[in-house]
Ligand binder design. Structure first.
Ligand code: HEM
Length: 150
């Protein structure tokens, strides 16, 4: 079922309850969080499975956008994100379930390697998983529009 609610807010669906911790503080400061995101996107762009999807994307802009997005939806949600909804940002991309899972795995690895506290890692991965249908389903819709066969 399509939710009209999802179309009119920058954070269409947030599985997270408002928490009393701050993402930037939990990650060791803004520079540390940006470094983590840079590493994440370096791995994504170089990845053999999903890297090609980012061939025409501006990595710096994505790191910045991701920084604003995660700080606005995780923990005390003190950040500000002015970009498109997650659904809108991905609707032109034919993202397959396995490609979603690949990005999710890279995220998990980065959070582990940077020693992000468990409660933050859990919240971040739960948020990521909760957005699956907004990212993957729109890809499927796009493939349908293009007349692609299964
Ligand atoms: C649920 C997890 C995800 C989140 C939170 C997320 C978040 C974002 C954000 C915030 C943007 C930038 C929007 C903007 O400022 O214009 C973006 C763009 C993008 N995302 Fe994701 N994304 C997710 C999953 C994925 C997956 C699984 C893929 C592909 C495997 C993907 C591929 C892309 C690409 C290629 C762009 C750039 C599009 C462009 O350059 O115009 N995303 N994503």
């Amino acid at each position: 079922m399509t939710s009209s609610f999802a179309l009119c807010t920058a954070t269409p669906y947030n599985s997270q309850s408002l928490a009393d911790w701050n993402l930037i503080e939990e990650c060791g400061g803004e520079a540390a969080l940006r470094e983590l995101l840079r590493d994440f996107y370096d791995r994504i762009f170089d990845d053999v499975i999903i890297g090609f999807l980012f061939a025409n994307s501006d990595k710096e802009a994505l790191i910045d956008s991701q920084f604003h997005y995660v700080t606005s939806v995780l923990g005390d949600r003190s950040g500000e994100y002015g970009g498109p909804t997650i659904r809108a940002a991905h609707k032109e991309l034919p993202i397959l379930p396995g490609q979603f899972d690949r990005r999710h795995m890279l995220l998990k690895l980065v959070l582990l390697e940077y020693g992000v506290p468990d409660h933050v890692t859990q919240a971040w991965l739960e948020l990521d998983t909760s957005l699956r249908e907004f990212v993957v389903n729109m890809g499927a819709t796009k493939r349908d529009e293009l007349g692609a066969k299964d």
